[in-house]
Structure formats: C-alpha cells, structure tokens
Write a protein that binds this ligand. Structure first.
Ligand SMILES: [Zn+2]
Length: 383
C-alpha cells in the first residue's frame, strides 16, 4: 500500500516549505492559511523533512486533487461470547473493496470492537450480548486493505475494558494505522501521506468516548488540530440505530435513553470550525450525504465489514465505500458511492445493482433541502 501510494506521490508532489507564524482563527468564515495547488513535481518526497507537530503549516503547495475513501463499521468477527470467525483468518474480507481503499490517498473507517486475545468482557455472555473481540492477528487485514485510520470512538471499543482499548491501540500502532477517539487517550491523530498532513479526530456518544455532544470540547480539539494539518477529517459515531432510522432527523436523537447527538448541528459546527471532511457511522444503516460550505459530510456509512454479530438483513447489509476527491483546500470536487452488499461470514461483496448508491441518493434527496450536489443511480456525486 505504502509503496503504491508513495509512487503516486512521487509524480504528484511538490515543494513544501514550513514556517512558524501566528495561529490564525480557524473559523470557516475567517481567512485560512494560503494553500497553493500544482500538478507537477518540484521536489521528491524524501527531501521533505517531517515537521514537528508544534509547527504551523503555511505556504504549502499541495496536489490539486486528493482522494479520501470512507467506510463505516468494521468488526471482522468475534471470539466472544462464542467464536464466529470468517474463513482464512479474514484475509478475504476486503477482497472486493480494497482496490478502492488502497488506491486512495487516505482510507478511514470505524473499528467497532476491540482487537484482543483473552481479557474479560464488560457485558454478559447471554444470547443478546453484544461484545465484540477480534483476534489480534486480524489487524493485518486492515493494513492489507490500505486503511490509514480507525476510529475507536464507538460503543464497542471498550467491550473488554481498558485492556481491550490498549490492545487495539497497540496492534494498530504496530501496523502503522492511526487511531483516536477515547477520552484520556489520543485526542487526535495525524497521518502524513505523500507529503500531505491529514489531521483526524473522532467523536462518539458513550461516556468513555470524546463526545460529539460536547461542542466546547469539539471546538477545543479542532482549534488544536487545524494548524497542524493540511486537511482535517472528523469521524463521529452517532444517531439512533436500526432500519427505520435511515432518515436524518432535525434536532437531537435519543436511543436506548442515550443522547445520540444533534448531527446536523454537530457536523455543521465541525465545518464552521475548520473540518474539511466529516464521516459518520453508528445507525447500522446508511444515511444521506451533504456538501456544506464546500465540505463533504456522510451522515452514516452503515455496517461495512461485519460478517458476524450484526444483522445484515435488507438495508443493514448495504456496505458503501464513499470515495471523494477534494482539492488542497479541502473543498469537495466530486465523489462516488461504490456499492457493496455484505454476505454473512464473507464481508462486503460487489453489488452490480448499485442498491446502496440508489438508497443514499434517495435519502439525500429527501433529507437535504437545497442540496448543492447531485447523485446519480450509479453513485456518482457531482456539484
Ligand atoms: Zn456502534
């Protein structure tokens, strides 16, 4: 993956200069640091020294098009409460989707469970227990599929207490996959690919996650992260769950007595405060997409790779990969909803009927008024 991405990079990139300046306001209305775009290579990647996080990025020359691939919930099989694992150690789970995630400059998802061998569950082991424990050796499947980042801000990352979270973090660290989202752990991650710095933060609704319902906390993280990166990506786990919750409501959502967020307010707030791309998951079904102030939002990407442990009936089996192109300022250029449907025990498989693209087109037309984008029946998203 890295070789493929750096080869692309060598031909795309760039002269980069870094300088320390005073931190500008990062509100969307304010002037953002100057970013120039250029098609041809001036300096090869190896000559670019890594910048310390404290440095403010300015006067950067970035490729004119960056590709980001986004996926929803990933839980590759579980050894708790009973063992339900795919064949071949899950090595074929991403066979149909990985050409997209490997080809993207940045590929992101949500790790809905922990990578752990052993440990003790916080939840019971009855038939309705939902505690997810993936074998640690399955982590490499994420790396093979080209993922750069996994959110841990969800309602399953702590199914096996802190031991589970720490194990997931250790495994992902070892594979070079960034992560964040748990309170008291990393507030944000920075992924550098092809000389471009992607800042990523992740929010959830559980007590142990960094909460998207706390806008002051959200702003604090965005303010810290914005000067450290070229492109700022926000992940969130939120919204009510189930096949009847595919529409994005106005106002706050509650589910199982929990505040699952006011997602229109949160996503717009994130963009107003510097986010360039926002992707959501949590409802186990897909929801609409939107472009707001030139920036892309996917409200829910549904179940993506959950071969066991979750219902895959009907629209709950819809598994899109949303691939977008943005410019060096983070502005949306175009996109494609790639359609897959999950098969039990197998993972996402190519859907030539484009069912999820049509579903997300329908939801977007219903739920986003005065939309600035159009989606066609094959999932192409155009301004
Ligand atoms: Zn969840």
């Amino acid at each position: 993956m890295k070789r493929m991405k750096s080869l692309i990079f060598t031909y795309m990139f760039i002269g980069v200069s870094l300088s320390c300046t005073s931190t500008p306001s990062h509100e969307r209305e304010a002037e953002r640091p100057e970013v120039r775009t250029e098609e041809t290579s001036l300096v090869e990647s190896d000559s670019v020294a890594p910048a310390p996080d404290e440095q403010v990025l300015s006067d950067r020359t970035l490729p004119d098009t960056l590709v980001i691939a986004m996926c929803g919930d990933i839980m590759m099989g579980t050894t708790y409460p009973k063992t339900q694992l795919p064949a071949n150690d899950g090595k074929n789970l991403f066979d149909d989707t990985k050409s997209i995630t490997l080809g993207a400059d940045l590929a992101v998802g949500n790790l809905e469970g922990c990578l752990l061998d052993g440990g003790r569950s916080r939840k019971g082991n009855g038939p309705n227990s939902y505690a997810f424990r993936m074998p640690t050796k399955y982590g490499v499947n994420l790396q093979d599929a080209g993922y750069d980042f996994m959110s841990l801000a969800n309602n399953h990352s702590k199914d096996f207490y802190d031991e589970g979270i720490l194990s997931s973090e250790r495994i992902l660290d070892g594979l070079g996959i960034e992560h964040c989202g748990v309170e008291g752990h990393k507030e944000y991650a920075i992924v550098e690919r092809n000389g471009v710095k992607y800042g990523i933060c992740a929010f959830g609704h559980n007590s142990y996650t960094i909460k998207h319902t706390d806008l002051k906390r959200v702003k604090g993280i965005l303010d810290k992260l914005r000067p450290l990166c070229d492109i700022l990506v926000v992940s969130f786990h939120g919204g009510a769950e189930g096949a009847d919750r595919c529409h994005l409501p106005q106002g706050q959502e509650t589910f199982l007595g929990e505040n699952r967020g006011n997602l229109r307010e949160f996503t717009h707030f994130a963009i107003d405060n510097g986010a360039d791309v926002v992707y959501g998951h949590g409802p186990h079904v897909t929801r609409c997409v939107e472009v707001y102030k030139g920036r892309f939002i996917a409200y829910s990407l549904g179940n993506f790779c959950t071969p066991y442990g979750m219902s895959l009936t009907g629209i709950k089996g819809y598994a899109p990969v949303v691939e977008i192109k943005i410019n060096g300022k983070g502005e949306f250029l175009s996109g494609k909803i790639h359609s897959f449907i999950q098969q039990k025990g197998i993972g996402p498989r190519k859907d030539t009927t484009n069912a999820v693209a049509k579903e997300m087109k329908r939801l977007s037309e219903d739920d986003i008024k005065n939309a600035v984008i159009k989606i066609d029946g094959e999932g192409n998203i155009r301004l």
